[in-house]
Design a protein around this ligand. Structure first.
Ligand code: MF3
Ligand code: CO
Length: 263
């Protein structure tokens, strides 16, 4: 499958969708504290998305015969991704909470994620979050025109493994644009110089999912929540990135909304 290339208008719309996704994520982060539930975060996220004139791309998302029941994905501790918010899940000091926000706006999708600690972390978890965030930075830096998708994968994997952690294999990053998942797949593991060539105008969701322990995962009986098989914590950081001749540009940054111009 060929990788969609966005034109100027598509890029302007992607900018807006991504800025909304980033704004929602940014506003949810400081709400993560002991005593609140993941359902509280869900409701705040749902309301913010609506207030910003967007729609959740997660709500009703179909996978097999199931539809995702919430507007946000909130994954705690050993939950890797696609955790379903719940009023039963009360956050406690020492938890780590991955927030994944995907919105539709004006026909385009913005996708980003961030892992937030609840209060103090033990050093190993602090390192897990730092290394995952840095792996995302390295993955983005590898998204240069003329490189290949495997260069992103390789950059993420080698950095994570050099730091003693493992990259999830069952879930991958992806192109994003007029739908949440477009070609290409962007694994967080792979070989340099393999995969599709990166050209200007691609919009890529780069998203290392990193486990403190082994890479294996399993799916809970709710059909959505992915957890580490060994029960160790996991971290997830994600940006939607535009590839350009001047280098990769992160689109999922909060900025004044409604200002995108078609030039
Ligand atoms: N960022 C997640 C992904 O790309 C969003 C999933 S929405 C869900 O897979 F509905 F599948 F949870
Ligand atoms: Co994604």
């Amino acid at each position: 499958m060929t990788i969609p290339i966005k034109n100027k208008e598509g890029i302007a719309r992607m900018r807006e969708a991504c800025a909304i996704a980033a704004t929602v994520l940014e506003q949810l982060k400081p709400m993560v504290r002991p005593g609140i539930t993941t359902q509280d975060l869900e409701e705040a996220g749902r309301d913010l998305i609506a207030r910003l004139g967007a729609r959740s791309a997660c709500y009703g998302y179909q996978h097999g015969s199931r539809r995702y029941p919430a507007h946000t994905c909130i994954s705690v501790n050993d939950e890797v991704v696609h955790g379903i918010p719940s009023f039963r899940r009360v956050l406690r000091e020492g938890d780590v909470v991955s927030l994944d926000i995907v919105v539709w706006h004006d026909g385009y999708v913005g996708d980003n994620a961030f892992t937030v600690p609840v209060g103090a972390m033990v050093p190993a978890v602090e390192k897990l979050l730092r290394v995952t965030r840095e792996a995302l930075d390295l993955g983005i830096r590898a998204a240069q025109v003329g490189n290949r998708i495997g260069d992103i994968s390789h950059a993420v994997q080698t950095y994570v493994e050099a730091n003693g952690f493992s990259v999830v294999r069952d879930m991958v990053g992806h192109g994003v644009g007029v739908s949440m998942h477009e070609p290409p797949e962007i694994p967080n593991f792979g070989r340099r110089g393999t995969g599709d060539k990166i050209k200007p105008g691609m919009t890529l969701a780069i998203e290392p999912m990193v486990n403190l322990g082994a890479y294996r995962t399993k799916t809970l009986s709710d059909g959505w929540t992915i957890v580490t098989a060994d029960g160790t914590p996991s971290a997830h950081f994600e940006h939607t990135v535009l590839t350009t001749d001047r280098g990769p540009e992160i689109l999922t940054v909060p900025r004044p909304l409604g200002a995108a111009q078609v030039t």
